[in-house]
Design a protein. Structure first.
Length: 391
């Protein structure tokens, strides 16, 4: 491999949410943090070099997004996802979560029904509830160790809902939705004029053997009611630079959202976010292919370890993202007891499944975008703690 992902980098003292807020989040400053979705793998050198080169210029004044910035996004989406987008379709947002909130506020009204598919990324809930919209759960079905969409329920809900927030690929359950699944979702959306916000921030993190399908490309009739959100942040570990793209083909829909974002004066963006995004998309293919292989190997190692040492914990093997969804329900602990046990007995900090909504009970989300030694240490801690509980 060209890159060394086994290197352990000390992040303490860098105002890292994952490391420097351990006391605040877990009430334990020594917990091994495997929760928040950023990588403990170094941001690639070609991105750091581009940022440093720009930082060496002594003035950081007002900056616009250059033609080359847009070209890097357009070329990346064409190359990695066979999706041809045009510059005019691309809006800027300081992150996907802000973009979700902007879309809810700009394109729906108070009291409108908005569908989410739990267990799912929890900011989806607040994007609905905090703006006085009505949250509707289309809970995923879990059978045989795999999640699927409850289409029968969705067909009923779509008749009265205004919007659906789709997680594609899905966080935390790791589904890279198949084309036939998205086609059925598209049919429901078109039939009911249901606006779909497709959060595709993990689109580039589909693990080997799986494929990402851009929802907006499933059916031409989706053009007028689909908004796609994409970023380099998860893929290349750039979350701290707060930059993302909102891609909308339909001019009317695009102008509505553009006007709202502009009215808040949050569309100026971050100079270094632009530089890093362009560098990532211009030079990131080799690094990304290698990091996906490394993450897939971490997933495989962890799954084998559990089966051999702690089979009571079941992993939902992900098709995408660098998170794994772990089922601890066999131990019969309440969610509070499970969280407390992992923090104070195992010494590992994970995301509690209940935070992801209905269907998350008894589960935990774990981040495997880290050196293998960190993965091994975390699972050894979990194994020792639960072995003592069992015996």
């Amino acid at each position: 491999m060209t890159y060394n992902f086994d290197k352990i980098t000390d992040r303490a003292g860098t105002a890292s949410v994952k490391y420097d807020l351990r006391q605040f989040i877990f009430k334990n400053p020594d917990v091994l943090p495997m929760w928040v979705a950023d990588m403990d793998l170094e941001t690639p050198d070609f991105i750091r070099e581009a940022v440093v080169a720009r930082a060496n210029h002594p003035i950081y004044g007002y900056t616009f997004r250059s033609e080359s910035y847009y070209e890097s996004i357009i070329n990346w989406l064409q190359k990695r996802h066979n999706w041809k987008v045009e510059k005019d379709w691309i809006l800027f947002s300081p992150g996907v979560v802000p973009a979700l909130n902007f879309a809810v506020l700009a394109l729906t009204n108070p009291g409108d029904e908005i569908i989410v598919q739990p267990p799912v990324y929890f900011p989806f809930f607040t994007a609905v509830k905090e703006h006085n919209r009505h949250l509707v759960y289309n809970q995923l079905q879990f059978k045989g160790g795999k999640y699927s969409i409850n289409f029968d329920q969705l067909e009923q809900q779509a008749q009265t809902a205004r919007m659906l927030i789709l997680c594609n690929p899905h966080n935390p359950v790791g589904r890279a939705w198949k084309k036939d699944e998205l086609s059925r979702l598209a049919d429901i959306s078109i039939k009911n004029n249901l606006l779909v916000i497709s959060d595709e921030i993990h689109a580039d993190l589909v693990l080997p053997g799986n494929t990402h399908h851009v929802f907006a490309e499933i059916d031409p009739d989706l053009d007028s009611n689909t908004i796609t959100m994409h970023a380099a942040s998860k893929t290349f570990n750039l979350a701290g630079l707060a930059s993302s793209s909102v891609i909308i083909k339909d001019e009317t829909l695009r102008e509505q959202l553009k006007t709202y974002i502009s009215s808040l004066h949050v569309d100026m963006g971050n100079l270094f976010g632009f530089v890093a995004t362009q560098a990532a998309f211009e030079g990131g293919e080799v690094w990304l292919d290698e990091v996906l292989d490394y993450i897939a190997a971490n997933v495989e190692w962890a799954n084998v370890f559990l089966k051999q040492n702690l089979p009571q914990v079941k992993m939902v093997v992900p098709e995408a993202t660098y998170m794994v969804w772990l089922d601890f329900s066999e131990f019969g602990l309440t969610d509070d007891e499970l969280k407390e046990f992992l923090i104070n007995k195992a010494g590992v900090g994970l995301n509690a499944g209940v935070d992801f909504g209905p269907g998350g009970e008894g589960f935990m989300r774990m981040n495997l975008a880290c050196p293998r030694k960190t993965v091994e240490a975390a699972f050894e801690k979990i194994n020792v703690a639960f072995s003592e509980l069992l015996f």
